[in-house]
Write a protein that binds this ligand. Structure first.
Ligand SMILES: [Fe+2]
Ligand SMILES: [Fe+2]
Length: 158
């Protein structure tokens, strides 16, 4: 079982590939729909599991709070962008424009997680304290994947 840092990094690499794949698609093609759908569910469940495992540990440390709050805030902003894309017509050029914004923001987010945030976490969270979190993260992610649609409906009702 990978440790939490490796598990998150492996996901990010998969997300980078999906972003590349989406960027190569055109219009409202099946290829774009399929790649976008995969990316959407993948990132939603990844971010939720990250918050429930990795960030909840980091935020419990005085010197981890700023980094954790910053990342969770970015999750919210990324979420808003993804929902806007969900609502937009894929055949319009504006979809690709907005996707490029999302891609830029998302790549920045995961790069920051892998560098600044992981560095901070390694400083303030002992390895022994976060042992088993890789498995926990992957389990939560599976659970969250089943909740993506319900959670979206709830947030749209709010
Ligand atoms: Fe994240
Ligand atoms: Fe992440």
């Amino acid at each position: 079982m990978p440790d939490i840092y490796t598990a998150i990094k492996q996901d990010h690499d998969e997300h980078r590939e999906l972003l590349d794949r989406i960027a190569e698609t055109t219009g409202d093609s099946d290829a774009r729909k399929e790649a976008w759908r995969t990316f959407y569910y993948e990132v939603k469940s990844h971010a939720a599991a990250e918050e429930e495992t990795f960030y909840s540990k980091l935020i419990s440390k005085t010197w981890g709070q700023d980094a954790a709050r910053h990342s969770v805030h970015e999750h919210q902003q990324l979420d808003d962008l993804m929902e806007e894309l969900n609502e937009m017509d894929m055949s319009h050029g504006s979809w690709l424009e907005k996707f490029k914004t999302l891609r830029h923001e998302y790549e920045h987010h995961i790069e920051e997680e892998e560098n600044e945030v992981f560095t901070r976490a390694r400083e303030v969270v002992a390895d022994s304290e976060i042992e088993g979190y890789g498995a926990r993260f992957l389990e939560r992610k599976e659970e969250e994947r089943k909740l993506v649609d319900d959670k979206r409906e709830d947030s749209l009702e709010d």
